[in-house]
Write a protein that binds this ligand. Structure first.
Ligand code: BTN
Length: 260
């Protein structure tokens, strides 16, 4: 992958510096280490493969070489810690918008951060933060997109739930072009985030999600909740109408849509 091709297309401060590695443990781990040593905001850690790619909820992110996008962006957002979920929501908006533009696929967002097409997962976002009571000192935005991965590279137990852009379109895409589009969209939405323009973020997220209005099952630790995904509140929390009629506010969890 040529970082020069990406830099030539990047317009803002997100992605002005790109640190490319052939293989890493996890781009999020490298980015956090660099951020703690003072690396400037907007720098991107990009890798061709990851040996210990991290997914949400302690899962592994399948990261074979030569085919997908694995990148982590160093940010220092000027928002309050209670608004931390907005970082993931704005990133999901940016990725969905960029990928729709380049591929034409009808990608949607499954709360909070899954990029979905044909009911399968195409990509995900893992935001890791270092926070003090008043501010978010560092937010590492990790993005994984399955681009040119063939079905054979997907582990058997994930074949029914994971896909790639190539599997969906039958075409091979330039990772550099996709990365540049994503970074430019993130640059735009990061400015909106820093103004804490939650209305703009939430209204756009609602346009792009396929979760709201669906009967869902959400697992949070050892508990499982069933209900209607009614809305997302000002801080990006999912509000579930439980079968009892009561509302449940959920900040993170594993969501399955079981009825449309
Ligand atoms: C999810 O579970 O949906 C989040 C997946 C996030 C994967 C990306 S790949 C780049 C970055 N580095 C990691 O180790 N994880 C994130």
């Amino acid at each position: 992958m040529q970082t020069e091709d990406i830099k030539a297309k990047v317009k803002g401060r997100i992605g002005r510096e790109i640190l490319f590695y052939q293989t890493v443990s996890s781009t999020n781990t490298i980015a956090l280490d660099l951020a703690e040593k003072g690396k400037t905001e907007g720098a991107v850690v990009l890798a061709d493969s990851q040996e210990k790619g991290k997914g949400r909820l302690g899962r592994t992110w399948v990261s074979p070489p030569g085919v997908n996008v694995y990148m982590s962006i160093i940010t220092r957002p000027e928002i309050k810690p209670k608004d931390v979920t907005l970082i993931t929501l704005m990133t999901a908006i940016a990725c969905t918008t960029a990928l729709r533009k380049v591929t034409g696929l009808n990608i949607t967002i499954k709360w909070p951060n899954d990029l979905i097409v044909s009911d399968k997962k195409l990509g995900g976002i893992l935001t890791e933060t270092k926070t003090s009571p008043e501010r978010i000192n560092i937010a590492i935005i990790g993005i994984g997109i399955n681009v040119n991965m063939d079905i054979d590279a997907i582990p058997d137990d994930l074949k029914d739930i994971v896909t790639s852009i190539k599997i969906e379109t039958g075409k091979t895409y330039s990772r550099a072009e996709l990365i540049a589009e994503i970074l430019n969209e993130i640059d735009k939405w990061y400015n909106i985030l820093n103004r804490t323009d939650r209305e703009r973020i939430l209204s756009e997220w609602k346009q792009l999600t396929s979760t709201l209005g669906k009967e869902v099952m959400v697992t949070v630790g050892n508990e499982t909740f069933f209900g209607l995904a009614e809305f997302v509140d000002d801080e990006g929390m999912l509000i579930l109408r439980l079968q009892s009629g009561m509302l449940k506010r959920i900040n993170t969890g594993d969501l399955t849509i079981y009825r449309c």
